[in-house]
Design a protein around this ligand. Structure first.
Ligand SMILES: Nc1ncnc2c1ncn2[C@@H]1O[C@H](COP(=O)(O)OP(=O)(O)OP(=O)(O)O)[C@@H](O)[C@H]1O
Length: 255
């Protein structure tokens, strides 16, 4: 089990004249559940991309434990156990849902040298947990959108990650599907207490039901971070993003 912390320090990302991230610090220690919130275009996806190696930061340091990993691409970072999911499922169209999830498990196998039997067990468990088992032999185009979204998370979970970065896994899901997803992520977290999870999500009651801590981005900058109850009361956060009536959610309320 990896016990390294993924850390971004002073992370900047520019796209031409757009400063998507400005001097953002983030630390994902083992077991941390961090909700990443903020207005549209505030830099949440960019931060996940920079942490997972999809983008190379314009400035700042990314470390995994003591090791600088800025130069590693997404594949190499995934092999270290830094795994991300995408808002729009990135499933291989020619592979079944089960085969897609097995790809995730195979990645975990390369990371940790686990056996083929362990890899198969992780795939089965992830398919079951994230409600995909009944659709396992379907192609992504043949299954409902909600199943594709769940399969995207299942594939990440099957990789046996040290750090799991989830980009809006609940976006576009029905109320029932969201409840199912929350229950599944919650159960996954309960069974994997060492995994650091960073969840990007606009629904604040949902994200705070799963994550006791929040990092708020606004215009690429960290506006606030800390315990969710404090962050949602923060005046700047309310003005920039939340408005007046947002409360933290409990797992029961969002079901
Ligand atoms: N590949 C890119 N090229 C140019 N600009 C980009 C690129 N990716 C992101 N941006 C810009 O960076 C800023 C942050 O975008 P990002 O997608 O990270 O925001 P976000 O907080 O995830 O938004 P949303 O909640 O809408 O998903 C935006 O101004 C966006 O247009």
């Amino acid at each position: 089990m990896t016990t390294e912390m993924l850390r971004g320090e002073g992370v900047c990302m520019r796209f031409g004249g757009v400063h998507a991230l400005r001097e953002v610090d983030v630390a994902l220690a083992p077991g941390r559940r961090l909700g990443l919130i903020g207005p549209n275009g505030s830099g949440k996806t960019t931060l996940l991309n920079v942490l997972s190696g999809v983008y190379r930061a314009s400035a700042g340091a990314i470390r995994f434990g003591e090791r600088p990993i800025e130069r590693l691409g997404p594949g190499a970072r995934a092999r270290l156990g830094i795994v991300r999911t995408f808002q729009h499922p990135q499933l291989a169209a020619s592979l079944t849902i089960a085969e897609n999830v097995r790809l995730g498990a195979a990645l975990g196998r390369r990371v940790r040298g686990s056996s083929a039997a362990e890899e198969a067990a992780r795939s089965e468990a992830a398919l079951e947990r994230f409600g995909c088992a009944a659709y396992a032999e379907g192609l992504p185009d043949e299954v409902p959108y909600g199943v594709r979204k769940m399969a995207e998370v299942a594939r990440g979970a099957a990789a046996d990650p040290a750090v799991l970065l989830l980009d809006e896994p609940a976006a576009g899901l029905s109320r029932e599907e969201r409840a199912e997803l929350i229950a599944a992520i919650e159960a996954y977290c309960g069974d994997h207490p060492q995994v650091a999870v960073c969840l990007v999500e606009h629904d604040v009651p949902l994200v705070t039901a799963l994550c006791p801590e929040l990092l708020v981005l606004a215009a690429g900058q960290a506006l606030a971070s800390g315990p969710a109850e404090e962050v949602v009361r923060d005046e700047q956060v309310r003005v920039a993003y939340l408005g007046e009536n947002v409360q933290v959610g409990s797992k029961e309320e969002v079901r």
